[in-house]
Design a protein around this ligand. Structure first.
Ligand code: PEP
Ligand code: MG
Length: 586
């Protein structure tokens, strides 16, 4: 953080383009499952009353428990609950919480959390062990109080108004989705990475996002005027009038630029030496289809169907809801294909209704096809809808996170079973639908030849492939520098899968974020990949890069890169290639 005049400037990493101007709303949740919410001045007295009600309720509960203990165990232990009661009435505790609600204008839960944390730290520094242990009492009382507050009423994300820039420590994809739908204009996260699903949601909603702004501490308040630049990762709090005007002008210029991108929508994506590359769109929400068409997508290369589950939560989408959605997508995109990925829940994309397990290490747990096979009833609903909708257009079905051939065979059996069931019931459907899998774990790369023989198509999900190959969490800012798309291991993997497709007769595409970056176009084309799927807005930029590329030269570049030993060497080789192109004027 730096101070420029009266303004505070934070720098993070821009991962969803665009400029947002609005007022701040701080949301914090990490480690304690308590959100910090701004409370309007007019609602402060209600919030204080809510806190008092929770205190009264907690005291009644503690007194009841104390009486019970006194009767059943004895006076000694019951004394603990008397101590709890004293804490609840103490000015240092209850008084400080009330002051925090009033002065910081925040929700009671947050004020309790703040006060208890500060007092807990003071207890931890006390020399006497006996007194230090009183810190445990404090934590316990605080837990009682949280429970009471939550029983009285909840603060919900839905309270966040439109037009604000949300600044949060972390946010799940579904929370980002809800906030985006509520009309917030920008998002800054303390942590996170460019390939996290939260970032993918932000891009899908055209919501400027910066990640990795670092711990914001107490430096910010709610309702401050702010500018967020999702291109270079800048967050400016209380900018001066000239800065504000400059960013307003940039917002206008960006709108003009984005509109101009649609101009070349009908130009083919062909390299200088005539290699055709098919560019398709990744979408998460059906309303992105309009954008996909506007920017010239030749179909949908990845529809992340799990977002339907996240949107419908806490209910599950029905077969008819699924079917209607797929039908609309197919009709709007005809004659182009729509590749629907079956729900990829689990990992960080949790939907409580489907995932009723609690996992220590969810990224290596029940996610992707593992979850779908473990929840056959839910999977059947989706597959029935897919085969039914397939009569309306060119629909393909793809399963995520495959790591062994048995999963593919089970998936195929499942499809067969669903098709026979529909036939038996006399329900209209199409039995012959291309079936495919994502290649996003190293094991799938190694068995790509087998996968290519048993499936019609494969799609390389570089987001997860990089994460699992390099053992780098795609959402963890602490290891973000190790998340290297140009790592030699990734380049070897791309070539291996491309070759496996050519040999096995399966169509190979790339639908991870690597495909969306025009800088990587020579690498992907050089690896022999000819089908790329990306966010709609990236299509014109990647198309432009492809039209200035010679595929044979890109192949030579790629072969050179395969001989190098590190991402930085490959990065330099790519930079050298770019400057030689610039010099030759192509
Ligand atoms: C990927 O892993 O590259 C991919 C496209 O899937 P997701 O980002 O949804 O995990
Ligand atoms: Mg993936």
């Amino acid at each position: 953080m730096t101070a420029v005049g009266a303004a505070l400037v934070f720098r993070g990493r821009g991962v969803s383009d665009g400029v947002a101007i609005g007022t701040t709303a701080l949301l914090q949740s990490r480690d304690h499952e308590v959100f910090r919410f701004p409370v309007a001045e007019s609602a402060i007295e209600d919030e204080v009353a809510r806190f008092h009600e929770a205190v009264a309720q907690t005291r009644r509960e503690i007194q009841r428990t104390g009486e019970q203990v006194r009767r059943q165990v004895g006076e000694d232990l019951a004394g603990v609950f008397d101590a709890y009661d004293l804490i609840l009435c103490d000015e240092l505790y209850a008084g400080a919480i009330e002051t925090c609600i009033r002065t910081d204008q925040v929700n009671a839960e947050w004020a309790v959390h703040r006060t208890a944390t500060a007092l807990g730290e003071r207890f931890a520094r006390i020399e006497s062990e006996h007194l230090r242990e009183r810190g445990d009492d404090l934590r316990d009382v605080t837990r009682y109080l949280f429970r009471a507050l939550q029983g009285i009423s909840h603060h919900e994300l839905s309270e966040i108004a439109g037009g604000v820039i949300v600044i949060a420590d972390e946010l799940t994809p579904s929370e980002a989705l809800r906030l985006g739908r509520q009309g917030i204009v920008g998002l800054a996260l303390e942590g996170g990475g460019p390939n996290s699903h939260t970032a993918i949601v932000a891009r899908a909603l055209s919501l400027p996002l910066i990640v990795g702004v670092g711990p914001l501490g107490d430096s910010l308040r709610d309702r401050q005027v702010a500018v967020l630049d999702g291109r270079d990762g800048t967050l400016i709090i209380e900018p001066d009038a000239a800065t504000l005007e400059r960013y307003r002008a940039e917002q206008r210029a960006l709108t003009v630029f984005t509109e101009s991108l649609a101009r070349d929508r009908d130009l083919p994506a062909v390299t200088l030496d005539g290699a055709e590359v098919e560019l398709l769109a990744n979408i998460e929400f059906p309303d992105e289809i309009a954008e996909a068409r506007r920017y010239g997508a030749r179909g949908i290369g990845l529809y992340r169907s799990e977002f339907l589950y996240i949107e419908k939560s806490p209910n599950l989408p029905s077969e008819d809801e699924h079917c209607e959605l797929f039908r609309t997508m197919l009709e709007q995109l005809a004659p182009h294909p729509v590749i629907v990925r079956t729900f990829d829940l689990g990992g960080r994309k949790l939907a409580r209704e489907v995932m009723d397990v609690d996992e220590e290490n969810p990224s290596l747990g029940l996610r992707g096809i593992r979850l779908t096979l473990a929840r056959p009833k839910i999977f059947r609903t989706q597959l029935r809808a897919l085969f039914r909708a397939a009569v309306h257009g060119d629909l393909w079905i793809m399963v995520p996170l495959v790591s062994c051939i048995e999963e593919v065979r089970q998936f195929r059996e499942f499809c067969k079973d669903v098709v026979s069931e529909l036939a038996r019931e006399g329900v209209a459907h199409r039995a012959e639908v291309p079936l495919g899998a994502m290649v996003e774990v190293p094991a799938a790369v190694w068995i790509a030849d087998h996968l290519a023989r048993e499936l019609d198509f494969l799609s390389i999900g570089t987001n997860d492939l990089i994460q699992y190959t390099l053992a780098v969490d795609r959402s963890n800012e602490h290891v973000a520098s190790l998340y290297q798309p140009l790592h030699p291991a990734i380049l070897h993997a791309l070539r291996r899968v491309a070759d496996a497709g050519a040999d096995g007769g399966a169509r190979i595409s790339v639908c991870g974020e690597m495909a969306a970056n025009p800088r990587y176009a020579p690498v992907l084309v050089g690896a022999g990949l000819r089908h790329l799927s990306m966010s709609p807005l990236s299509i014109p930029l990647v198309k432009d890069a492809i039209r200035r590329l010679d595929a044979a030269a890109a192949r030579e570049l790629y072969d050179d890169c395969l001989r190098l030993s590190s991402a930085s060497e490959i990065e330099s080789r790519l930079a050298q290639w770019e400057s030689s192109l610039a010099l030759s004027g192509s």
